[in-house]
Design a protein around this ligand. Structure first.
Ligand code: SF4
Ligand code: SF4
Length: 296
């Protein structure tokens, strides 16, 4: 089974909750964790991973290169680049900004000197594998600065995770998705069997979880909700009302607990670092509901 954990909004505690859920489920199920937040991967850190066993480069992004030997400095490419990523350097050469180039090849099409602008494939990121100290493997993607293709990177890491599941006879993939509703999130949610949404009771979190729920609906996946920091805004009822309206079952509520930031600084799941904390009691109950309602 493939379970994706998504929130829409960043900072609501998605990865910390995911780390503790993995910790609670690891003894009963054969799991693999996938950190699909390629721009800010930190699930590995929260699970105490300090060394990666294997790395695979993802090459696929394209950027333009200008041959200064044949360039006649007409400036057409600079005028036509839709992303404004061609500039003139101190020597008067037309140069492509590699960090912002989208590889669309408009410059190559408008350049009057054939062969002066070429598209070159470059690395867009890396996918890494480790075995956590808890015994289950983790796959994590990391996008290089300024590179596109975060969605392809996540798709590739999920393919690698599937291959490992086959090799090691694992049962469940738990995917920690990125914030937002961009390519990474679409690649994370696509192909999942179930989505667990995490939100806090604030208008911003509600708005973002509603957006990511649309992605989940697009893939016709059943969704469940965990309310994190459930007591920070007692007067706000919008999140629960929305869940009820959409028919999204609430798996449980985790109260705000200072044990969570403390455990993050210790690079340990809060359930392990502070097992008697209020948050740990809540996540234990949520894990039981997940076992009964989702994994079965
Ligand atoms: S490939 Fe596209 S984005 Fe890159 S420099 Fe050329 S026109 Fe600009
Ligand atoms: S369009 Fe071609 S020839 Fe003109 S400045 Fe750009 S690279 Fe040089």
């Amino acid at each position: 089974m493939q379970i994706v954990i998504a929130s829409g909004k960043g900072g609501v505690g998605k990865s910390t909750v995911t780390a503790s859920l993995l910790y609670l489920l690891k003894d009963e199920y054969r799991l693999i964790a996938v950190d699909a937040d390629a721009e800010a991967p930190n699930l590995g850190l929260l699970l105490g991973v300090t060394e990666w066993e294997e790395e695979r480069e993802h090459v696929g992004a394209k950027i333009a290169r200008i041959n200064t030997e044949t360039c006649i400095r007409c400036g057409i490419c600079q005028m036509r680049c839709p992303y404004e990523c061609i500039y003139v350097d101190d020597e008067g050469n037309y140069v492509v900004n590699e960090l912002t180039c989208e590889g669309c090849n408009v410059c190559g099409l408008v350049c009057p000197v054939p062969g002066t602008i070429t598209l070159e494939q470059v690395r867009s990121g890396v996918i890494r594998k480790a075995t956590t100290k808890y015994g289950f493997p983790i796959i994590s993607a990391q996008l290089d600065v300024g590179r596109p293709e975060s969605g392809k990177l996540v798709t590739e890491e999920k393919e690698w995770a599937k291959q490992i599941m086959k090799e090691q006879n694992l049962e469940h993939m738990i995917v920690d998705s990125a914030a937002g509703i961009g390519c990474q999130v679409i690649a994370s949610v696509g192909g999942a069997d179930v989505a667990i949404l995490i939100a806090e009771p604030t208008p911003a979190s509600l708005s973002d979880v509603q957006r990511v729920y649309k992605v989940v609906q697009h893939f016709h996946e059943p969704a469940y909700l965990i309310i994190n920091k459930a007591d920070i805004n007692p007067g706000f009822t919008g999140l629960k009302e929305w869940a009820e309206q959409e028919g999204i079952p609430i798996l449980g509520e985790i109260p705000y607990d200072s044990a969570i930031p403390k455990s993050m600084s210790m690079l340990r799941p809060f359930i392990e670092a502070f097992p008697e904390s209020k948050a740990s009691q809540a996540i234990r109950e949520i894990a039981e509901v997940i076992k009964q309602e989702i994994i079965k």
